[in-house]
Design a protein around this ligand. Structure first.
Ligand SMILES: *Cc1c(COP(=O)(O)O)cnc(C)c1O
Length: 827
């Protein structure tokens, strides 16, 4: 913790700059001058010739300047006696930074006025910024929310990851099929980052290990790597709320140790001369586009070791420079491993301490296990990371030795007391069932001080399933930290209209304290307030309808119920269940056209992993179903289906304020937490969902009457699987059967009637995800949704209560819990 003197020092320089602040208009003038100077001297153009992108760059650079002084002060704090967090994550799904940074610096109005004076519209130029899409989905977005929240709570922190040249692919649709298009967010430069070309670490790979006999002690192992890749640091300031504190996101870019083999080049081999460079730099070339499935490729392992090693070397260098004594590392740093992707940190920290700093094994192990912590994000077997021993041996021979030794010391007490062989197999870091693999989750568990799940249900299941035996060996190590989201981005910035209502009713304090939202409850039944609330929602829906028309050509009615299902496309997230409900509803509307159907628009968005064929087929099905339903005059536009392409943070920010219904319908037990569910509830959408992940805690907060829960529980899903009922289509309801038959009859794919047979067949032979089993319950619950929608007062009441009761899901609450229980940093 900062000593009070240090804190005072930091605060007083902050205060000094604050008192020196000029009046509003001269502040705008000054900011305008700053933008013009950036435009001329950094971008190299002038107002007469500047493009929107030039204005964006100039504005971003001017904003960045405003964060610099605070960044330097914060760095001082981070580097002095305090303990700081190192958040290791292979993914940071950041999105755009201009609005976020302007908002946190309270400069939005100033920038808007300054630009308007130059004839430039802030809202137009902010769309020039490409999304920083260095992540696939929830895991990467969590890392981004945590970075913002740590800065806002003044928790000193570094985020560590990879500066991918190409982030997550852009999704195009070609005749309803997903196309993966390359993403190139850096081609026009990145105004937020600083290249630290002098901050470089060597990351070794391959080769062999030599045992050196020492005359005065045990033999030493010396790794003789075959190859070395350089990691170059790129720093981005992460500005916290009200600009009080600025942390650093440090991303590594790979560079060849030797840029060019000049001998080869001179002898005419121009391509071969660059081969080593291409191989080295491939490491930070592109983000792996897999979500919830293990990548299992050598380049991925190289990425994981590359950023883990560089980040640990950086931490040790900083620590040694500031404090000297390595034994004190756990008092000065807490490392959080975001999933197992950086789990090699356990072996790498041991190697750095034992081989390079010459600590004893026991000293090094004490430091390692007091510094590292591990967050688990999934229990699904296909997503649990494991690496073939043979690959590890070839790429990281010294680490494999260290892992074996860690495993030996971990298993030896069990072997000594003749423990059950099954128990030993289950807790071993090496999986020897079919081939030999290193289980990265086990490695992270054994090397960590605390291991956490991301919702109450998920943490409970961790204790009962994958980590049951490890939990018994290391009781108390597993703790729960239910995820959260940053309200600055997902409420204040994404939904300024709602935020304005909130500050008018609850005062500015609501911006600083999500707990203040609860005072909105008293207005839930107030008719006049409800109307303002509805008007604000209507404006957001008009805006979304415009986006839908622009991007899909489909006209949707802002008065219809907007039913939103936005997230990665995955069988366990059950977009298929939702599409089948659309088909059944379409079928029912056609057979009873005279009924008073609730007008509904089903909005889907999400990307599928490039190699996940079934998920891509589900996208095609959504588009085929959409085409037929949207063009059928028989249902008179009362049902529309749209698939918005290229889901990313910016699109999420546009959809979420306009959502009436939030689809959180994963098979119970399979979604670790979800965070999309929190964003939508905060913005007033009602959830239709299973008792899965954080939905359970959302229900506890908003109350049974303000959420639509359906389907089997995690326990029931387990029992159903055990009984083999998911392989039996005997229990299908007529309605479900009819929906399937419409699809397999080619109603939606007359050009290829067999197109979706594989989906239908999977449901009848092995319905792992309980689509058939949960369908009737889902259908009935959707009809309860219709009923409530027809009572605008009751719906708005529930909507207001959702916004007012989900303050607990602020990432600030989550970060406080990590700080107190895991990192031991007081906030
Ligand atoms: C929040 C978010 C996610 C995670 O959504 P879930 O519904 O929790 O799976 C994924 N992608 C983006 C762009 C997000 O903003």
């Amino acid at each position: 913790m900062p000593s009070s003197a240090q804190r005072d020092e930091a605060q007083s320089s902050y205060a000094a700059s604050e008192t020196a602040q000029p009046t509003a208009t001269s502040e705008t003038d000054a900011f305008q001058q700053a933008i013009l100077a950036k435009l001329t001297y950094d971008v190299g153009t002038n107002p007469a010739h500047a493009t929107d992108h030039d204005w964006f760059t100039a504005t971003a650079l001017a904003v960045r300047d405003r964060a610099m002084d605070r960044w330097m002060v914060s760095k001082g704090l981070n580097q002095s006696v305090h303990k700081h967090v190192c958040y290791f994550s292979l993914e940071f799904l950041i999105g755009r930074l201009l609005s976020d940074t302007l908002n946190n610096l309270r400069l939005t109005d100033c920038a808007r006025d300054a630009l308007a004076g130059l004839g430039v519209d802030l809202d137009r130029i902010r769309t020039m910024e490409p999304d920083a899409a260095l992540g696939n989905g929830g895991l990467g977005r969590l890392a981004a929310c945590f970075m913002e929240s740590m800065a806002s709570l003044e928790v000193p922190a570094y985020g560590y990851g990879i500066r991918y040249e190409h982030g997550l692919f852009r999704q195009g649709l070609s005749d309803g099929w997903q196309q993966e298009l390359p993403e190139d967010w850096l081609v026009r430069g990145n105004p937020w980052e600083f290249e630290r070309s002098d901050l470089v670490y060597q990351v070794p790979f391959g080769g062999f290990v030599e045992e050196l006999a020492a005359s005065d002690g045990p033999a030493r192992s010396v790794w003789k790597p075959a190859e070395t890749v350089q990691a170059v640091a790129f720093d981005t300031p992460v500005v916290g709320w009200r600009g009080r504190h600025v942390n650093t996101l440090r991303l590594w870019s790979a560079r060849a140790a030797e840029p060019l083999r000049l001998d080869a080049f001179n002898s005419g081999d121009h391509v071969g001369a660059l081969a080593d460079r291409t191989r080295a730099e491939a490491i930070s070339r592109v983000l792996y586009p897999g979500d919830e499935t293990e990548a299992g490729r050598e380049l991925r392992l190289r990425q994981e070791f590359f950023f883990t090693s560089a980040s640990l070397q950086d931490l040790l260098a900083r620590h040694t420079r500031l404090h000297g004594d390595l034994q004190a590392l756990p008092e000065h740093a807490a490392i959080q491993l975001n999933d197992t992707h950086p789990a090699l940190a356990v072996a790498e920290l041991m190697r750095l301490l034992v081989d390079e700093r010459h600590l004893s094994w026991d000293e090094a192990w004490a430091i390692t296990t007091r510094t590292l912590n591990y967050t688990n994000h999934t229990l699904m077997p296909e997503a649990l990371e494991r690496w073939p021993v043979s690959l590890m041996e070839r790429l990281l021979p010294r680490h494999l030795q260290i892992i074996y030794h860690i495993n030996w010391l971990h298993l030896e007490p069990l072997i000594r007391r003749s423990a059950d062989v099954e128990l030993i197999k289950s807790v071993s870091v090496i999986d020897e069932d079919q081939g030999r693999y290193v289980r990265m989750g086990h490695l992270a568990f054994i090397g960590a001080h605390k291991v956490n799940g991301v919702s109450a249900l998920h943490t409970g299941l961790m204790r009962q399933t994958v980590f049951r035996d490890l939990n018994a060996l290391y009781p108390g190590r597993i703790v729960n930290k239910t995820n959260g989201i940053t309200f600055r981005r997902w409420l204040h910035q994404a939904n300024p209209q709602l935020t304005q209502i909130l500050t008018q009713e609850l005062g500015e304090a609501v911006l600083d304290d999500p707990g203040a939202l609860i005072r909105l409850e008293r207005l839930a039944d107030d008719g006049a307030f409800q109307e303002r609330f509805r008007n604000q929602r209507h404006a957001a829906k008009v805006n979304l309808a415009r986006i839908v028309a622009e991007r899909t050509g489909v006209q949707i009615d802002p008065n219809a119920l907007f039913d939103v299902h936005i997230k990665r496309i995955h069988e366990y997230k059950r977009q298929l269940l939702n599409i089948l409900e659309a088909v059944a509803l379409y079928d029912a509307m056609r057979s009873e056209p005279e009924r008073n159907w609730v007008p509904r628009v089903k909005i889907f968005a999400g990307k599928a992993a490039a190699s996940y064929h079934r998920a891509k087929l589900i996208i095609k099905l959504a588009n085929d179903v959409a085409r037929v339903i949207n063009s059928d005059p028989a249902i008179a536009g009362r049902l529309k289906v749209v698939f918005l392409p290229n889901y990313n943070v910016s699109l999420a920010e546009a959809i979420i304020p306009a959502a009436d219904l939030s689809e959180q319908i994963s098979t119970a037990g399979m979604e670790a937490s979800g965070t999309g569910n929190m964003k939508l509830a905060l913005n007033g959408a009602l959830t239709i969902g299973t008792l899965d992940g954080a939905n359970i805690e959302i229900r506890e907060c908003v109350g049974d009457d303000n959420i639509f829960i359906f389907g089997m529980t995690a326990e029931e899903v387990g029992a159903y699987h055990k009984a083999g009922l998911h392989r039996d289509r005997a229990g299908w309801s007529p309605r479900f059967e009819r929906a399937i038959n419409l699809i397999t009859a080619g109603t939606f794919s007359p050009d290829d009637p067999r197109r979706f047979d594989s989906l239908a067949h999977a449901l009848s032979s092995d319905d792992t995800f309980m689509v058939a089993a949960d369908f009737d319950s889902y259908w009935a619950t959707q009809r309860r949704v219709d009923e409530l929608w027809q009572d605008p007062f009751a719906w708005s009441r529930a909507s207001v209560l959702n916004t007012s009761r989900v303050g607990w899901f602020s990432a600030d609450r989550t970060i406080r819990e990590y700080a107190e229980e895991i990192w031991k940093i007081s906030v």
